[in-house]
Design a protein around this ligand. Structure first.
Ligand SMILES: Cc1cc2nc3c(=O)[nH]c(=O)nc-3n(C[C@H](O)[C@H](O)[C@H](O)COP(=O)(O)OP(=O)(O)OC[C@H]3O[C@@H](n4cnc5c(N)ncnc54)[C@H](O)[C@@H]3O)c2cc1C
Ligand code: FES
Length: 348
C-alpha cells in the first residue's frame, strides 16, 4: 500500500455511527479526543488496555504497547488499541461505549496547591486552587494530568463531583505514594502549599452512564476510591436511586481512609451499600469484616451480573481481574464494564 504523507482518514464507530477524521500521523484516540468523540481510554500509552476496540474494517499500525494490553492473538483477531494505532485507510471500529454524551473542553491551566492533608500513611489529599476566571467542567469520574517540568505527565482523578465547583471551586485529588515514583516522591517530600503546577484536563471515559437504570457495582482498590467518591456524590446530587454497592479494597483497614464520608453517604442514600474488604489484616487491626481480594468479594456475592453495570478503578491487576472474571464467569456484558486502571511507569 502506498503511504500518503499528511493523509487524513475517516474513523467511524459502530453502532453509534459517530465519525471523525485523523490528521497527519495522529493516533485514532488522539483524533477522537481532539474532536470530542468519547472513545474509551485510560493511560493513553499502550499499558492498560482500556482503549481496546474491535476493528470491523481498515488497516492500522500499532506503536509500542504492552503485550498485556493487547495480546498478539487479540491483534490477529482484529482488535486495536486506539491510543497507539495509526490508520493507513479509513477505519470502522465497534465500541458500544461511544454515545452522544457531550465531551467538555480540554484545558491547560496553572493550579496552586491549596492544602495537603494525609488521609493515611501513604495517601495524600491534595486540594488545588484553579485560576479565578476558570470554570472547570468535567464528568464525575474523569481525571486531570499534571504536566511535569520535563514534559512527563501523571494522571489523577477528581475526587469530588462537578456540582461542588459551584460552592467550593478547586480540585480534590487523592494521591498514593509509590516509593521511587517521580511525582509522588515529590508530593510526599518537598511539595508545599502555594506551589504552582500545570494541569491539563478533563480526560477519561470513566463516568456514570446516566441513560441506564441498571443496578451498579462500584469496585475501588486503594485511591481508586477517589473517582468513585465523585461518582457517588454526583448520584446523590441527581437524586438517583439505582441500587448501588461499593466494594472498596485495601491491604489493611487504614487503607480504607474515608470512614466519615462513607458513614454520611450510607446514612443519606438508602439504596447505597458499602462492603469494605481487607486483604492483609494483622491481628492488631482487630478486623472482623470481609477479607481477601476485593474483586473476588463481588464474585462471592453475585452469581449473575448480566443485568448490572460495573465501574472499577485502581490497581491495574484488580481492574483486569474484575473485567475478565465478571464478563467470563458472571455474564456481565462487555460494554457494561467501565474502568480506569491506575497504570504507572512500572506497568509500561
Ligand atoms: C487514568 C489514570 C488515573 C489515575 N488516577 C490516580 C489517582 O486518582 N490517584 C493515584 O494515587 N494514582 C492515580 N493514577 C496513577 C498515577 O497517574 C501515577 O502513575 C502514580 O501516582 C505514580 O506516579 P509517580 O510519578 O510517583 O511514579 P512513577 O514514576 O510512574 O513510578 C511508579 C513506580 O514504578 C517504579 N518505576 C519507575 N520507572 C520504572 C521502570 N522503568 N521499571 C520498573 N519500575 C519503575 C517507581 O520506583 C515507582 O515505584 C492514575 C493513573 C491513570 C492512568
Ligand atoms: S489507553 Fe490505550 S492502552 Fe491504555
Amino acid at each position: 500500500m502506498t503511504e500518503i504523507a499528511n493523509a487524513s482518514y475517516e474513523i467511524s464507530v459502530q453502532p453509534s455511527g459517530r465519525a471523525f477524521a485523523t490528521q497527519d500521523s495522529e493516533t485514532i484516540l488522539a483524533a477522537a479526543i481532539r474532536t470530542g468523540v468519547g472513545l474509551p481510554y485510560g493511560c493513553k500509552d499502550g499499558a492498560c488496555g482500556s482503549c481496546k476496540c474491535k476493528k470491523l474494517s481498515g488497516d492500522v499500525t500499532h506503536g509500542a504497547h504492552s503485550d498485556k494490553a493487547l495480546t498478539p492473538e487479540e491483534e490477529a483477531a482484529g482488535y486495536v488499541l486506539t491510543c497507539c494505532a495509526t490508520p493507513h485507510t479509513d477505519v470502522v471500529l465497534e465500541s458500544r461505549q461511544v454515545t452522544d454524551a457531550s465531551a467538555f473542553p480540554i484545558k491547560k491551566m496553572p493550579v496552586r496547591v491549596a492544602s495537603l492533608e494525609k488521609k493515611s500513611h501513604d495517601v495524600m489529599q491534595v486540594r488545588l486552587q484553579l485560576p479565578a476566571a476558570e470554570k472547570f467542567r468535567y464528568h464525575a469520574g474523569q481525571y486531570v494530568e499534571f504536566i511535569l517540568r520535563d514534559g512527563a505527565r501523571r494522571a489523577y482523578s477528581m475526587a469530588t463531583a462537578p456540582h461542588a465547583q459551584e460552592t467550593a471551586p478547586g480540585l480534590e485529588l487523592h494521591i498514593r505514594h509509590m516509593p521511587g515514583g517521580k511525582f509522588t516522591d515529590h508530593v510526599f517530600g518537598a511539595m508545599k502549599e502555594k506551589e504552582i503546577l500545570r494541569v491539563e484536563g478533563p480526560f477519561g471515559s470513566f463516568f456514570l452512564r446516566e441513560d441506564s437504570d441498571k443496578p451498579i457495582i462500584l469496585l475501588a482498590s486503594g485511591t481508586g476510591f477517589a473517582p468513585i467518591k465523585a461518582l457517588i456524590e454526583h448520584m446523590r446530587h441527581l437524586g438517583l436511586t439505582r441500587p448501588t454497592a461499593l466494594y472498596w479494597g485495601g491491604r489493611r483497614p487504614a487503607d480504607l481512609y474515608d470512614a466519615a464520608w462513607i458513614a454520611e453517604h450510607t446514612a443519606a442514600m438508602p439504596h447505597f451499600r458499602y462492603v469494605p474488604v481487607v486483604s492483609d489484616a494483622l491481628p492488631e487491626d482487630g478486623w472482623s469484616g470481609r477479607t481477601g481480594f476485593v474483586h473476588q468479594a463481588v464474585l462471592q456475592d453475585f452469581a449473575d451480573l448480566s443485568g448490572h453495570q460495573v465501574y472499577a478503578c485502581g490497581a491495574p491487576i484488580v481492574v483486569d481481574s474484575a473485567r475478565t472474571s465478571y464478563i467470563q464467569e458472571r455474564g456481565l456484558p462487555e460494554e457494561e464494564f467501565f474502568a480506569d486502571a491506575f497504570t504507572s511507569e512500572a506497568d509500561k
